[in-house]
Design a protein around this ligand. Structure first.
Ligand SMILES: [Zn+2]
Ligand SMILES: [Zn+2]
Length: 465
């Protein structure tokens, strides 16, 4: 379990009737003063800027705003304020401790994960499939209405995988009600209809043989073109966009040619060619690299000293911390052929992110956090920003990717930037992360819908610690 769970459970247990009203009620206006504002649009950081928060929203931004009567004012000199981060590709309810399993798809576990995201400053999460009805649909509605603490939640209900293929049942231990595995176009259309009828935000496909770049790996049966074509056609007929899990260039090409709307992972086996870049630009195909996915497979084995970093520790369950500290686990992980393949995949993913970004293709931000125990909610998103900078984006571009660009890819117009009318979802960090990327991890405050997020925050600088 993520570490925030006991505190969250205590709140839920003691205040069951108050949760809804406490979040919904109007609060005093708040004026944040003298901050460096990184507004999520891509424009450079603005020094000494004020932000006025009223009724959960940003009411005004500017230099030396006059505080309204009864406003609370906070001097944020020395800090930067940016929009809350948005993950366009994560998962909820998949893991507990060091294990994946259908038994983890519970309300308590998902709310605990959403609370952890929020504490890391990730205020919106898109869970891209493997969800269970009706719990997922209920929780999305509740998070949209602000009835529980934690990140806002969007996503794909179950998604469409391949029979005996990806997502692999034996690796993720997912229940049969967490993914459709249709064998005919008619079954595929019925699965799409079911998800759309239940209110899914998007549709998801898995088109991959799951060799993951490991030489000699046995391929799993891949989804047939007749199935993904039927899914894409039905999703579009029902007015929904469709995102696809891919690993290899050949599958990316085939899916873009078939009209898929979003590639939910970067291409990781070969450089993306100019013809595919052209097709994606022409069709407006979206792209989410998920750089940190492959790195998470080996990086904790390579860096046991990271366990001393309170920014990581905050997101670790006792079981996961114990695993990362275990020399036998580390040796096994470092020797695994998948770890060598993941290094190569990350390097290719970084190269392709830059090609896609420079081609002007709509690029979002995601991590696949929550899909396996090592993809740590919240920590993964901070790591993704850092890896995007290592790939070649400027720090300002990487922060914009994780905020304004991520919102735009998901068609979320009420968040992702700091501007009047937007939700007051804000991450306050010490220093200026457009100058010094490490500053993004020095979290001082998180605001979600105009309310400060309560409790200890990740990292050594939290004033609550
Ligand atoms: Zn995937
Ligand atoms: Zn995923």
């Amino acid at each position: 379990m993520p570490r925030v769970r006991p505190a969250l459970m205590a709140v839920l247990a003691s205040l069951p009737a108050l949760c809804g009203t406490a979040h919904a009620q109007a609060a005093r206006p708040v004026l944040l003063r003298h901050a460096t504002v990184i507004d999520g649009t891509g424009q450079p950081a603005q020094a000494d800027t004020d932000i006025l928060i009223e009724n959960g929203h940003i009411a005004a931004t500017g230099h030396r705003l006059k505080p309204p009567a009864h406003a609370r004012t906070l001097d944020l000199s020395g800090t930067s304020v940016l929009p809350g981060l948005i993950s366009d590709h994560s998962h909820v309810g998949q893991v507990s401790g060091t294990h994946n399993g259908a038994e983890n798809y519970t309300r308590a576990n998902i709310l605990s994960e959403l609370a952890q995201y929020e504490h890391y400053g990730v205020t919106t999460v898109v869970a891209l499939g493997l969800n269970r009805s009706p719990l997922f649909d209920d929780l999305r509605r509740e998070q949209h209405a602000g009835l529980n603490p934690g990140a806002d939640l969007f996503g794909v209900d179950q998604g469409i995988g391949a029979p005996d293929g990806v997502p692999p049942e034996n690796m993720f231990h997912i229940g049969p009600d967490q993914v459709f595995r249709p064998t005919t176009p008619a079954e595929t259309r019925a699965a799409v209809d079911r998800m759309v009828d239940e209110g899914t935000d998007l549709i998801k496909l898995w088109v991959d043989d799951f060799r993951n770049g490991v030489p000699g790996a046995r391929p799993l049966p891949k989804m047939r073109p007749a199935i993904y074509r039927a899914a894409i056609a039905q999703a579009h007929a029902r007015g929904k966009r469709i995102a696809a899990h891919i690993h290899d260039l050949a599958d990316a090409r085939a899916l873009v040619a078939a009209g898929v709307d979003i590639l939910a992972h970067g291409v990781r086996d070969r450089p993306i060619d100019p013809a595919l870049l052209n097709a994606m630009r022409t069709q407006g195909t979206g792209y989410i690299a998920t750089l940190s996915l492959d790195e998470a497979g080996y990086i904790f084995a390579e860096h046991p000293e990271w366990l001393d970093d309170p920014f990581l520790s905050f997101g670790l369950s006792p079981a996961l911390r114990q695993q990362f500290a275990d020399p036998a686990w580390r040796a096994r992980t470092l020797a695994a052929p998948l770890s060598a393949a993941a290094h190569r995949a990350l390097a290719m993913n970084m190269q392709n992110l830059m090609a896609v970004y420079r081609a002007g293709i709509p690029t979002g931000f995601g991590t696949d956090s929550g899909a396996t125990p090592v993809r740590i909610p919240g920590f993964a998103e901070h790591r993704e920003v850092r890896l995007s900078i290592m790939a070649g984006l400027t720090p300002l571009q990487a922060i914009t990717l994780a905020t304004g660009d991520a919102a735009r890819l998901m068609h979320l117009t009420d968040r992702g930037t700091i501007a009047p009318g937007q939700w007051a979802d804000l991450l306050v960090v010490q220093g200026n992360p457009t100058v010094e990327p490490a500053a993004l991890d020095r979290i001082r405050q998180v605001w979600h819908r105009g309310q400060p997020v309560a409790g200890p925050l990740p990292g050594p600088l939290s004033p609550h610690k």
